[in-house]
Design a protein around this ligand. Structure first.
Ligand code: GLN
Length: 450
C-alpha cells in the first residue's frame, strides 16, 4: 500500500521494509508454532506501526523533518520504541512532519509537504501530518505522533483519524527530540478509539529515564474504549472554544455530536474558561522560548549538518552560523529568534514571565471547569483541512489554527480527537479533554461518538 500511494501522499520519509518484514515473520512463525511462545505474544504483536520522525530509532534515520539532521542515525532507541520492539510490532518507517514539529500543516518539512489523502490539494494538518496521513491512507493501522500544541490531535481531526495527547508525564519523552519540554507528549494515532487505547497501553507507564514521567500505572484504557458508556457523564461545552471563528460546517457537526452524546445519556453542561483567549499568545512565547534553548545543541558540531564558511577565519561561531543558516528552515529560525528575544535580559518578565502567569490562569480555568464536568468538549480545529500554500506566508493565520488544542498542553491535561463526520466532504474532528491522569475518560467518551 505504501508503494502504491505514498508517491502522492508523501507520508513516509523512510520505509523500513526489511526489518518490518523480519519482525512480522518472527511473529507469524511463533503463532504458527503455537504453545507457550505464541501465548507470550502481546495482543498487538505483528500489527504494523508508523513512527513520527521526531522519535529516535536505532537502524533507521531520524531527521525531525530538518535538513540539519539529514541522514543522521540515533545511537539509541526512544523508550516508546523499546516498548514497541518488546511488543513485536513491526515498524513500517518514519513519517513526515513540520521541521522540528513546528507547524500545523506539514508544509514546513525540508522533505516536501505531505498531502491529505481526502484531497491531495489540501494539508494533512501538522506537525504530525505524515503519521495521520499514513493512517488515513491505509498505509499503517497505527502511528505515533508528538503533541506540543496539537500536533497529534489537529492532524487526526483533518484526516478523519483518532489522535490522543496523553496526560503530561503519562508517556515517556525519552528519545523524542525536544521542541518545548514542558509541553511535549508522545501519543497514538489510529483509525478507531480502541486502537489508540491499545497502543497507549503499550507505550505508557513510568520511565526513570524521563524526569517528568509519572509513577502511575497506565490504567485500563482499552476497557474504557470498549464500554463507550457515557450515561450520566457530565460533558462540558467550553463556551470560548466554539461559535465565532469556527467554520459553519464544523460548528454544525459539533452541535450534532452534542445531540448524539445527549442521546447516549450524557448530561451536556456549559462551562466558561475565560483565560483560554490568552492561551494562544502564551503558548507562542513559551514554546519558542523552550525551543530556542532545546535547539541550541544543533550547532554544526555535535549533530548532523556541518557547513564550513568559505573564507577565513574558521571560528566556532562562524561554523555555527553557516551550519544553522543552511540547516534550519524559515519557521524554525523565526521561532528561535522569537524565543531568544523573549528570554533575553530586560524582556524576560514582560514576555516569558507574563506567559507563565497566563499558564497558571489556564490551569485554574481547567480546575474550575472540571469541578462542573467530567470531560470537556470542543471542535478540535476551527476549520477543515485548508489548501496547500493557503497559510504558508501568514504565520499568524497558521498559529490561529491551534486555538482549541493549545490549552491542554499548557495545563498538562489529556485530549483526544475523534472523527465527527464531514463538512464539505472533509473530516471534522471533535475533541474531548479530561483532568490529568484521567485519560480513560477520553476513551470512554470518544468511543461513544464512533
Ligand atoms: N501547531 C503547533 C505549533 O506549530 C503545534 C506543534 C506541535 O504540537 N508539535 O507549534
Amino acid at each position: 500500500r505504501i508503494a502504491e500511494v505514498d508517491g502522492e501522499v508523501n507520508a513516509f520519509l523512510h520505509v523500513n521494509t526489511e526489518e518490518a518484514l523480519a519482525v512480522a515473520t518472527e511473529v507469524d512463525t511463533a503463532r504458527a508454532a503455537g504453545g507457550a511462545e505464541a501465548g507470550r505474544l502481546h495482543g498487538l504483536a505483528g500489527v504494523p506501526i508508523a513512527i513520527k520522525d521526531l522519535i529516535v530509532t536505532i537502524g533507521q534515520p531520524t531527521t525531525a523533518g530538518s535538513a540539519m539532521l539529514r541522514g543522521w542515525m540515533s545511537p539509541y532507541d526512544a523508550t516508546v520504541i523499546q516498548k514497541i520492539r518488546a511488543a513485536k510490532m513491526p515498524m513500517l518507517g518514519k513519517t513526515n512532519l513540520d521541521e522540528f514539529a513546528m507547524g500545523s500543516s506539514t508544509e514546513h518539512s525540508a522533505y516536501g509537504p505531505t498531502r491529505n489523502p481526502w484531497d491531495l490539494d489540501r494539508i494533512p494538518g501538522g506537525s504530525g501530518g505524515g503519521s495521520a496521513a499514513a493512517v488515513a491512507a491505509y498505509e499503517a493501522p497505527l502511528a505515533l505522533g508528538t503533541d506540543t500544541g496539537g500536533s497529534i490531535r489537529q492532524p487526526a481531526a483533518v484526516t478523519g483519524s483518532v489522535g490522543v495527547k496523553p496526560t503530561y508525564g503519562g508517556v515517556s519523552r525519552y528519545g523524542a527530540i525536544a521542541m518545548a519540554s514542558s509541553l511535549d507528549q508522545i501519543g497514538p494515532v489510529s483509525r478507531t478509539v480502541l486502537d489508540s487505547a491499545l497502543l497507549h497501553e503499550v507505550i505508557g507507564g513510568h520511565d526513570p529515564a524521563d524526569s517528568t514521567s509519572l509513577t502511575d500505572p497506565v490504567g485500563a484504557l482499552a476497557e474504557a474504549a470498549r464500554t463507550g458508556n457515557v450515561a450520566g457523564m457530565r460533558i462540558g461545552v467550553v463556551r470560548e472554544l466554539q461559535g465565532e471563528g469556527y467554520d459553519a460546517g464544523v460548528q454544525q457537526r459539533f452541535d450534532e455530536s452534542l445531540e448524539l452524546l445527549r442521546g447516549a445519556g450524557a448530561e451536556i453542561v456549559e462551562v466558561s474558561c475565560p483565560n483560554f483567549k490568552y492561551a494562544l499568545g502564551a503558548y507562542y512565547l513559551i514554546m519558542p522560548s523552550e525551543a530556542s534553548s532545546n535547539l541550541a545543541k544543533f550547532d554544526g558540531v555535535r549533530y548532523g549538518l556541518r557547513v564550513l564558511p568559505e573564507d577565513a577565519p574558521l571560528t566556532i561561531e562562524r561554523v555555527m552560523g553557516a551550519s544553522r543558516a543552511a540547516g534550519f528552515g524559515d519557521e524554525v529560525k523565526r521561532r528561535i529568534i522569537l524565543g531568544t528575544y523573549a528570554l533575553s535580559a530586560g524582556y524576560y518578565d514582560a514576555y516569558y514571565g507574563s506567559a507563565q502567569k497566563v499558564r497558571t490562569l489556564v490551569q485554574r480555568d481547567f480546575d474550575a471547569a472540571f469541578a462542573q464536568a467530567d470531560v470537556l468538549i470542543s471542535p478540535t480545529a476551527p476549520t477543515t483541512a485548508f489548501k496547500l500554500g493557503e497559510k504558508l506566508d501568514d504565520p499568524l493565520a497558521m498559529y490561529l489554527n491551534d486555538v482549541a488544542t493549545i490549552p491542554a498542553n499548557l495545563a498538562g491535561v489529556p485530549g483526544i480527537s475523534v472523527p465527527g463526520g464531514l463538512a464539505g466532504g472533509l473530516p471534522v474532528g471533535i475533541q474531548f479533554l479530561a483532568p490529568a491522569r484521567e485519560d480513560a475518560r477520553l476513551y470512554r467518551a470518544g468511543a461513544a461518538l464512533e
